[in-house]
Design a binder for this molecule. Structure first.
Ligand SMILES: [Zn+2]
Length: 135
């Protein structure tokens, strides 16, 4: 199987089609078809039939797939839109092929906690603190 340069969680920019210029996070990768799902990109509407009282049906919107060749990476370090290159690097004492930004050289393999997650963590800490304050 060919190794895709796009992985789940990557930030990519669409370079062709109706969503050209939009940026989103990769939600899912279909490695066999070389297609990916990107958050907020290529939204398709599907009509859904109601099944019961809880499930009222209606129009649901969801991401459709786009081909990996239609996106470029957005580097988390320098913010540039780049075509990643593969480089052999020493990772924990082993030579590994990692995806790097050709502009700043940052590795795209190291995942940083998203801003959303960090905010959630901070909010949790805050609420724990206020609980302790109550006597
Ligand atoms: Zn970079």
């Amino acid at each position: 199987m060919a190794k895709l340069s796009v992985k789940k969680g990557d930030n990519v920019m669409v370079i062709s089609g109706k969503d050209k210029g939009k940026v989103g996070k990769v939600l899912k990768v279909d490695g066999d078809a070389n297609r990916i799902y990107v958050e907020g990109i290529n939204i398709i509407s599907k009509s859904k039939k109601p099944r019961n009282a809880q499930d009222k049906g209606g129009i649901i919107k969801q991401e459709g797939t786009i081909h990996v060749s239609n996106v470029l990476h957005v580097c988390p370090e320098c913010g540039d839109v780049v075509r990643v290159k593969h480089e052999l690097r020493d990772v924990n004492g082993k030579q590994k092929s990692v995806r790097v930004c050709p502009k700043c050289g940052a590795s795209l393999e190291e995942k940083k906690p998203s801003a959303k997650k960090a905010a959630k963590k901070a909010a949790k800490k805050k609420s724990e603190k206020s609980e302790k304050k109550e006597d």
